[in-house]
Design a protein around this ligand. Structure first.
Ligand code: SF4
Ligand code: SF4
Ligand SMILES: [Zn+2]
Length: 272
């Protein structure tokens, strides 16, 4: 088994895992979407709201603001020592306050947290426009949750995979270039009167098979063939900003490992 990053930055990751079964690839995808926990605003006390929006709409908008989640300092309530499943404590929740008066456009940077390291992922997310004299005074608490409970706790905006493309060119290729012209990902090029795959662009193949159709239409019996490696998967992840992609992958793998460990323990107890 091998994991290799094709690209990695603070918001996106493209990586290849070799020698795994489709069921494992799908399990990893699903836990990253629905089980990795992050902060999101979960309860809001509204002390004053004379804006044009109802309290519920403002609370809903606050809940959808991505919040930076520092897993080295904070953790989910069920793993916290506070044992306070309802409200949490300073180790598993974060309180934000906001007191603003118009005229102004209230944005996510108006949310002031107890810990300066925990803030909205972007300071420019608009919440409501206040006219002169309108006010909002609130207290909001962010808690941990996962995408199973609500989409606001889903750490990824993109999380999917495809099998590794495997494109072969038969010796019958006459270099007519029709496949090159139709390829939307520009991964084919002419070479010595034939066509070849540009090696560094191979993983970009979308498996659309337009090249095969073009080759058939040119009169040659499928000189190009698009197949996939069934046990090699290319994952693409885009974070909504709460966690870095590498943290999401790590947390997803830990969840799979811990779930397996729990099942092994349960099985051991039955055997004893
Ligand atoms: S399957 Fe589509 S993307 Fe892949 S090489 Fe053929 S035309 Fe290009
Ligand atoms: S369309 Fe077929 S014959 Fe023409 S260059 Fe592509 S693979 Fe070769
Ligand atoms: Zn706690």
């Amino acid at each position: 088994m091998m994991l290799e990053f094709n690209s990695l930055d603070d918001t996106t990751a493209i990586f290849t895992i070799d020698d795994i079964q489709p069921a494992f690839a799908n399990s990893l995808r699903r836990v990253m979407i629905s089980e990795v926990q992050i902060f999101a605003i979960d309860s809001v006390k509204i002390y004053d709201n004379t804006s044009a929006l109802f309290d519920e709409i403002i609370a809903h908008r606050l809940g959808l603001i991505p919040i930076i989640t520092d897993l080295s300092t904070y953790g989910p309530t069920e793993k916290c020592t506070c044992n306070n499943k309802e409200d949490g404590c300073a180790g598993c929740s974060m309180t934000f306050t906001m007191s603003v008066e118009g005229p102004k456009i209230v944005t996510s940077q108006d949310l002031i947290s107890e810990d300066p390291a925990i803030a909205a992922v972007s300071p420019n997310i608009p919440i409501v426009k206040l006219e002169k004299g309108q006010k909002i005074v609130i207290e909001a608490v962010a808690r941990f949750g996962n995408g199973q409970k609500h989409a606001k706790w889903q750490p990824v905006t993109i999380c999917g995979y495809k099998n590794m493309p495997c494109i072969t060119i038969a010796p019958e290729c006459d270099g007519c270039s029709h496949c090159i012209e139709v390829c939307p990902m520009n991964i084919l090029e002419g070479s010595n009167g034939k066509v070849r795959v540009i090696p560094e662009r191979n993983t970009l193949c979308s498996l659309c098979r337009l090249c095969e159709v073009a080759c058939l239409n040119s009169g040659i019996d499928t000189a190009i063939k698009v197949e996939t490696k069934p046990t090699t998967f290319i994952f693409t992840i885009e974070s909504q900003g709460s966690l870095k992609p590498i943290e999401i992958i790590e947390q997803g793998l830990l969840i799979l490992k811990n779930t397996s460990d729990e099942l092994i323990d349960a099985l051991s107890e039955i055997k004893e």
